[in-house]
Design a protein around this ligand. Structure first.
Ligand code: FAD
Ligand code: AMP
Length: 475
């Protein structure tokens, strides 16, 4: 096969591989280059999300939740089991096997859609060429009518907290611990810090989360954030707000951490310390001199609303460009760009991107928080419904949390839907669809929801917006 392509994608994470697949579906000649290498030296497509992010974290969240429920909840259901014990080796083996199944799936999808998958490093050269250094060391230059850069992101490291991969670790290392740390420190109470803290707490660690900000989950509707904070506290997650980590150093088999808060300086000793203070765009070794591709002041590749860079026919998508660092956001950008290249219609509705935190209870939202709507000055109304009043949630022994809707007072448009509770990440799909179709609150009120289901909480929250809830008292 010649080395001329219609499209070369650099990066096969959840942004890059869907772009390549859609390009193949659009009958374009496409190659996708990816350099991801696992800790055992194997190469795999799928990027951070499949190998070290979304998928392994959800595998462990599921296993650890089952472990904790078997210990604490089965008796409530009248199920007697013997002593519940942990086989972390088996749990980690399952996690690895879930990941492998998913990453192998990409090879099959590439084949079925005519995508040439190349394992190796890609570097954009001037003139829309990509220099590929393959895993076996061979080099070749691919000519491309279009290049899509999807090189993703990498964890932010703190200079005063030197990473060693063993005691002071990042989120990837923290997914692969082979023993349960007795004392676990987590820096950052963001999505990743809370998910990892939850996994290891359920498996038995004493977890302290140090968060520099005074406010808990500032991006989340504060009614929901406050409810979440209560539950996490009850679960034994020690979340210290306003606690800025100053330094950490390995000492023997432990880590000494210092942090400051309003009361002054403190020290803390843990067995492992996870740094989860966010991620930064990854562009190391991606752009040769003179390509003309511009980065912004934070290192993201500059793009327009259609993900075009400053160079014609060079596009960039996913975590390496502005916007939320979420797999599904990158996927939609990849599909949009591959469609635009083929001359089709393509657009991403950045106003309607769902977010999910896979803790227990789960947290999910789409659109604006009440605080954001208030700040915008638009008159609004809200309604909420507690899962405690949901028959299905009660039957599941999962009555914690609520669904909340924020709507415009003037034309009844739904502005934001916020859920904390069982399967919130699944329930939010209805909210996303409603907002994608610019639903009014009345549209949701008039939509029949099956009984008894968790989704009735969204229906009842919509009714509550106009004080018409049936299954809870309207306030
Ligand atoms: P990446 O997934 O980072 O993929 C980029 C790929 O490009 C990598 O394989 C990289 O090796 C490769 N690459 C980079 N440079 C080159 C080069 N020059 N040549 C060849 N290859 C290159 N998001 C969610 O939506 N839901 C979740 O539940 C979720 N959970 C997460 C949990 C954790 C612990 C972490 C760390 C992240 C999580 N995320 C989640 C975020 C999600 O993983 C990212 O938003 C997503 O992976 C970004 O996709 P991407 O394709 O832009 O980049
Ligand atoms: P996210 O960007 O959602 O992954 O969250 C990362 C969190 O880490 C943010 O809430 C930051 O405030 C927090 N953070 C960053 N640096 C520090 C630090 N030195 N000490 C404690 N928390 C920090």
């Amino acid at each position: 096969m010649s080395d001329d392509y219609d499209v070369v994608v650099v990066g096969a994470g959840p942004a890059g591989y869907p772009a390549a697949i859609r390009a193949g579906q659009n009958k374009l000649k496409v190659a996708c280059v990816d350099e991801w290498q696992n800790t055992d030296g194997s190469y795999a497509f799928g990027g951070t999300c499949l190998n070290a992010g979304c998928i392994p974290s959800k595998a462990l969240l599921e296993s650890s939740e089952l472990f904790q429920r078997a210990k604490d909840e089965f008796a409530t259901h009248g199920i007697k089991v013997g002593e519940v014990t942990l086989d972390l080796g088996a749990m980690q083996k399952r996690r690895a096997s879930v990941v492998k199944t998913m990453t192998n799936g990409i090879n099959a999808l590439f084949k079925a859609n005519g995508v040439v998958g190349i394992q190796g490093h890609g570097k954009l050269l001037p003139g829309n060429k990509v220099l590929v250094k393959a895993a076996d060391g061979t080099e070749k230059t691919l000519e491309a009518k279009n290049v899509i850069l999807a090189s993703g992101s990498t964890p932010i490291r703190l200079r005063s907290v030197p990473h060693d991969g063993k005691f002071i670790v990042d989120s990837w290392n923290a997914l692969e611990f082979d023993t349960v740390p007795k004392r676990l420190g987590v820096i950052g109470a963001g999505v990743i810090g809370l998910e990892l803290g939850s996994v290891w707490r359920r498996l038995g660690s004493d977890v302290v989360v140090l968060e520099a900000l005074e406010q808990f989950l500032p991006m989340v509707d504060q009614t929901i954030a406050k409810e979440a904070q209560r539950h996490f506290k009850r679960q034994g997650l020690d979340i210290k707000l306003g606690a800025k980590v100053l330094s950490a150093a390995v000492s023997g088999n432990a880590v000494d951490v210092t942090y400051s808060d309003a009361q002054g300086e403190h020290s803390l000793q843990v067995d492992k310390l996870v740094v989860a203070v966010g991620r930064r765009p990854f562009t190391e070794g991606l752009l040769a001199e003179g390509t003309g591709v511009q980065l912004d002041e934070r290192g993201f590749i500059k793009v327009d609303e259609h993900c075009g860079t400053s160079v014609p026919n060079v596009w960039a998508i996913g975590d390496v460009v502005r916007g939320p660092m979420l797999a599904h956001k990158g996927k939609e950008e990849g599909v949009m760009v591959a469609d635009l290249i083929a001359g089709h219609y393509g657009e991403v509705n950045y106003k309607v991107i769902p977010s999910v935190i896979y803790t227990q209870p789960e947290i999910a939202w789409v659109g604006q928080t009440e605080e954001q709507v208030k700040a915008s000055g638009r008159p609004y109304k809200t309604g909420s419904f507690p899962f405690a009043a949901s028959g299905r949630a009660r039957a599941m022994e999962a009555g914690a949390g609520m669904a909340k809707i924020v709507s415009a007072k003037d034309d009844d448009e739904v502005l934001g839907i916020h859920v904390i509770g069982p399967m919130a990440g699944e329930l939010i799909a209805e909210a996303v669809l409603a907002m994608e179709y610019s639903a009014s609150t009345e549209d949701i009120q008039r939509t029949i929801h099956a009984h008894p289901t968790l989704s009735e909480a969204i229906h009842e929250a919509a009714l509550a917006v106009d004080k018409k809830a049936i299954d809870s008292i309207n306030r």
